[in-house]
Design a protein around this ligand. Sequence first.
Ligand code: UDX
Length: 463
Amino acid sequence: MHNITFKTLSPQSQTPLSTSRPLNIAVAGTGYVGLVSGVCMAHRGHYVTCVDINEKKITMMQQGLSPIYEQDLEELMSLNEERLNYTTDYKYAYKNADAIFIGVGTPEQPDGSANLSYIATVARQIAETVEKDCLVVVKSTVPVGTNDKVEQFIKDFLVNDIKVEVASNPEFLAQGTAVRDTLEAARIIIGTNSIEAEDTLMAVYEPFGLPIVSVSRRSAEMIKYAANDFLALKISYMNDIANLCELVGADIEDVARGMGFDCRIGSKFLNAGIGYGGSCFPKDTKALDYLATLHGYELRTVKAAINVNNDQKILLYKKACQRLITFAGLKVAVLGLTFKPGTDDLREAPSLDNIPLLLAQGADIYAYDPVGSENFRKRFPETSSEIEGEYGKGSINYVRSAEAALDGANVCFIFTEWGEIKAVMPEDYKRLMRTPLVYDGRNIYDVNKMRKNGVEYYSIGRK
Ligand code: UDX
């Protein structure tokens, strides 16, 4: 018996289950979606082979290591190792699978549309290798109607005389809590166009013991976008209201609290801040807007969410520009680089919008992030202020603590609400900084406490 502790899972989710209908499952792509889904399906009793083209990643996983930073994932990989396989050999994985899940990326293209080339590659490999009837399940977020095309594409290239159907099964996992979001999901959406396909997906998900919403393929595809874009809209709405709160002397935290008690609104995702980032909301809002345009429809609400978010990301920088003559020669502390806590992911993080602006103005940046610095360094290598860098005359240094970033700083920007950053006390800013001037994009501190401790403090939607 393994002695494993989980940080995020309830007692029921921690125990592996055996199911009366275990399936042979292959999962294409071992990113956040593919790997987490594969490991969780093994935890619920299925035999899962995870496939990726990246040999380095596969070797890591074979050694029990997760290539992504995600709580409880490695522990779950270890607990279910008997039912998990990792390989680059897709033929071996696909040929006898009952179901093949596709969890590869659908990155945004310059025009906002989703790039489906990775899905097409996997679909073709499936068509050329499967040897028995199977269900292909698209987990990646794809524009409505894509599953129809994937099914036709597989049929066009099918080598053996077998039946392959396609189903839609969007996921709603958030990074940092991906394992919990999968094992304890609010609901599982399955989109199928036949009883057989529905039955196979029921066999996959019955052992999860969660509510299952079974709809048509197109509706399932739409649920994913509609849900994500609604959440993005909720955040942009709160950011819009927050900006107005500042102008009229109201406090967005109080406003959100008062709104959240109404169960028609709900208290979650009402946090105003420096805008949403990550791999989903920015991409999925643009993709739905693009899809609507293709059909001659203007999706005005989602467009508004996108516009508000674009402005929100550099709001604090603009405020700081009104207060300071220049950033040249100033030591700027940046606390938090990732798009949210609990992940090393930088995709669409507000830090990526702000740091080039600060560097171009000649700021000497001292950045701290508990896990994101290594990834950030790859895009913005450490430079010294003597060197005229690609982004202007500024410099960027990565430090190991919030205190080191704040030491002697003239101004501080907070971009991510990591626990390590929240642990910095108001008095520490006064003690450590040369001038305690703080721009907080996550409303971490009580305004009055900061003021009492002699900090000049600017946040979102609060006077
Ligand atoms: C999101 C969805 O939550 C998930 O269901 C979907 O499958 C993928 O997209 P994720 O991007 O990992 O997950 O993170 P999430 O926690 O939803 O946060 C997204 C962004 O919104 C972050 O930048 C976060 O800081 C921001 N946010 C979230 C706010 O600004 N305010 C809030 O109240 C909540």
